[in-house]
Design a protein. Structure first.
Length: 227
């Protein structure tokens, strides 16, 4: 591995680890608050990232993305949730689903606050901390926006299923088995087709990246106003 490759890995390790695993932990804690103790009984109710690591989704796939410069994608072991045990089925299902993206926004906010203090560190540490925290902000906001796209099995789709009136809710829920295929096709395969015909079919930028950058601007402005 080159020195540049090693540096890229070191400034992405912590952002990826915490963004993916704490996202899952948030689902479990909110589920417990809403009456479901499944994650707790299975030993998954923890903010310890090690409890949620999936060897492929948390380590291998993100590492390939970092080393090749491709889109960084990954997942952790899903926290088990028994939606039938929730006290208020529809409301609590929306809260449990939204908890993961909300955690990513919280991590991004904390990273922005720490980024303001990174300038007080000595030279090499300052550069490493700034790069790591900047990556954390970007990655967490992209994950938050991506996961809130209103198509199951993404969190946003499950929030929509919980909140929409019954006929629309059922129709949307029926898309869950093919939801990821639709998402991968629209966000990743469609741009490849666009490249082949020399057209811009990149919907990832307007649907995910631009809203994430807008949200970053809002959070930075909020932190500056408070600090």
């Amino acid at each position: 591995m080159t020195a540049q490759g090693l540096q890229n890995v070191t400034v992405w390790i912590l952002p990826i680890l915490f963004a993916i695993t704490l996202h899952e932990a948030a689902h479990g804690y909110v589920a417990k608050w809403c009456g479901d103790r499944t994650a707790q009984m299975m030993g998954r109710l923890s903010f310890n990232p090690i409890r949620h690591i999936d060897p492929v989704g948390t380590i291998l796939v993100p590492a390939i993305g970092v080393l090749t410069g491709a889109f960084i994608f990954g997942w952790a072991k899903p926290v088990p949730v028994n939606f039938g045990a929730l006290r208020h089925k529809r409301r609590d299902a929306a809260l449990v689903a939204g908890a993961g993206p909300a955690m990513n926004v919280l991590i991004a906010l904390v990273s922005i606050i720490l980024l303001f203090g990174a300038g007080f560190l000595p030279g090499v540490a300052r550069e490493w901390a700034a790069d790591t925290l900047a990556n954390s902000v970007y990655l967490n906001l992209v994950l938050a926006v991506f996961n809130m796209l209103p198509l199951p099995p993404l969190d946003g789709g499950r929030v929509a299923v919980a909140l929409l009136p019954n006929p629309l809710s059922r129709q949307l829920a029926e898309l869950e088995p093919i939801g990821l295929l639709i998402i991968m096709g629209v966000l990743f395969l469609l741009p490849m087709l666009g490249d082949a015909v020399h057209a811009d079919f990149n919907l990832f930028r307007p649907l995910v990246q631009e809203p994430a950058l807008w949200l970053e601007g809002v959070l930075v402005a909020l932190v500056r106003a408070v600090l």
